[in-house]
Design a protein around this ligand. Sequence first.
Ligand SMILES: *[C@@H]1O[C@H](CO)[C@@H](O)[C@H](O)[C@H]1NC(C)=O
Length: 219
Amino acid sequence: MPEPCPVTPIHEVFSQRKSIVAVSFIAAFLFLIIVRLTNEVNFPLILNCFGQTSVKWIPFSYTQRRTLRTHYGYINVKTQEPLQLDCGLCAIVSNSGQMAAQKVGTEIDQSSCIWRMNNAPTKGYEEDVGKRTTIRVVSHTSVPLLLKNPDYFFREANSTIYVIWGPFRNMRKDGNGIVYNMLKKTVDSYPSAKIYVTTEKRMSYCDAVFKEETGKDRL
Ligand SMILES: *[C@@H]1O[C@H](CO)[C@@H](O)[C@H](O)[C@H]1NC(C)=O
């Protein structure tokens, strides 16, 4: 419910009391900053006072109130927009056979973000690996494996974000990138699928990190 706003229209006051208005603006701005920092009042309620009536008042929990961070290295295949994501405690689950019989599914499912690799299964292994998936990081070579079961990955698991990485020759967007073309077809068939590709710049950054950490050239 938007609250009525006790704000005097600016144009009426401005000519008479310039300095008071200026001071009020500074005070209002400071107030906004303090509110953001303390998180004691819901920010969308204040936005209503500035005319954004479409913002609904929702009693956020702490995790929902976190602002999403923008990650410019990952671009949505359908919208061409960068990835927005903010994680607290992450569970990064390997797709190694060693995960079997670990019985850590409940613990994994309690994490705010759960990362999985390629097409690593959860169905039938929930007790060991958990059932929630926030993100799947998928190699270009594993995209055909996901496409063997597209109804599961891109319809049933439509809350999962897919981040695909691969070399430029496969990921180019000019019609000659074999993997990019597959992904493009997939978002046409599954409009709710959240599929992102890694930019060339981000790929070279990751390659550099890999080399630094392992001493090996991935290329
Ligand atoms: C998204 O996933 C849910 C849960 O699996 C499913 O019920 C729903 O139909 C899916 N939505 C679309 C648009 O595929």
